[in-house]
Design a protein around this ligand. Structure first.
Ligand SMILES: Cc1cc2nc3c(=O)[nH]c(=O)nc-3n(C[C@H](O)[C@H](O)[C@H](O)COP(=O)(O)OP(=O)(O)OC[C@H]3O[C@@H](n4cnc5c(N)ncnc54)[C@H](O)[C@@H]3O)c2cc1C
Ligand code: SF4
Length: 276
């Protein structure tokens, strides 16, 4: 593994102002450290954001605010999430193992990299890892990869279960960075590969996820279903997050939220980001 330096940020502002090219943020490390061991990620410097005071879950008015440093296990077990957003709890519990969920953070889960086997093997070409080198998955092993939304350059999928539920719930992702704060409505955080598969998301260098905001859920049933190769932990072959908006015994059509909208705001003031 390449030599790197390590620093722990005490607040979001310190993490962002200390960002330099070659820096990567470290959440629980359950994905990033693996990629560093494989030589896929080669940061010069890690800034640990896993212990920022962004580990609260709580309502601010009608919306539920979840700090980016909340561990996946704590999110799935939280009474407000289990009772008001059971689909999200199910999605999180469908991901990884108990030990990994104990370490993994909300921010890190949303920004984990694809599980495409060629992306993780530095002896093979891969347009996502090395733009222009090719995509062996198109003719090779793509059993876990995309059947829609792919391109001639990349057929990878994003592996987060949580992101699927957050997209169905019209979640807002709060971000702060060198150019200021902004709010991104899911599923607008993630990009399709197109001809620039090296970019998974619309985030700019140095941008830090500080939290997620959930609007009130519609008054109907919801569920998360995941099909995978084995019942113990495995990534999804396909997954569905579904919720019904029911009124007067009728299912109401839902207009999609302003997906992809990214507006400048006061992300640093995300309520609920402090320990609840
Ligand atoms: C064996 C195994 C099975 C798994 N199965 C599943 C599964 O079925 N479903 C699923 O959804 N996940 C699964 N995972 C993935 C696991 O959930 C992720 O590894 C985890 O969520 C990543 O979170 P982390 O906090 O450890 O992120 P890290 O590994 O620390 O970071 C991941 C990325 O996010 C960036 N980052 C971290 N925090 C922030 C932040 N606040 N702002 C900006 N950037 C940030 C890092 O720089 C890095 O690029 C599995 C993992 C393993 C090892
Ligand atoms: S599918 Fe994407 S990540 Fe996988 S080898 Fe092709 S370019 Fe790389």
């Amino acid at each position: 593994m390449k030599t790197f330096s390590y620093a722990r940020a005490h607040d979001a502002a310190e993490a962002v102002t200390g960002f330099t090219p070659g820096t990567m943020y470290l959440g629980g490390g359950t994905n990033l450290v693996d990629l560093m061991r494989l030589g896929v990620a080669v940061p010069d410097r890690l800034v640990d954001v896993s212990r920022l005071p962004l580990d609260g879950i709580g309502f601010a008015g009608e919306t539920l605010h979840i700090g980016a440093a909340v561990r996946n296990s704590d999110l799935a077990a939280h009474p407000l999430v289990r009772t008001r957003y059971p689909m999200l709890a199910r999605a999180v519990l469908a991901g990884a193992s108990g030990q990994i969920r104990n370490m993994a953070t909300v921010g890190g889960n949303l920004l984990q990299r694809t599980r495409c086997p060629y992306f993780q093997d530095i002896s093979r070409p891969c347009n996502k890892r090395q733009p222009g080198s090719g995509c062996p998955a198109i003719e090779g092993d793509h059993s876990n990869l995309a059947i829609i939304g792919h391109s001639d350059h990349c057929v990878a999928t994003h592996p987060s279960d949580m992101a699927v539920a957050l997209a169905a719930l019209d979640a807002n992702v709060y971000v702060t960075g060198p150019a200021g704060d902004r709010v991104i409505t899911m599923p607008g955080l993630h990009r399709l590969p197109g001809d620039t598969p090296e970019r998974d998301t619309i985030l700019e260098p140095g941008e830090l996820i500080i939290g997620v905001e959930l609007p009130p859920p519609p008054p109907g049933p919801s569920s998360y279903r995941k099909v995978r190769e084995r019942a113990s932990y495995a990534f999804a072959l396909v997954s569905v997050a579904a919720l019904l908006d029911v009124a007067d015994e009728l299912i109401r059509p839902r207009l999609p939220a302003h997906h992809g909208v990214s507006k400048r705001g006061h992300a640093g003031q995300l309520p609920g980001a402090a320990p609840a």
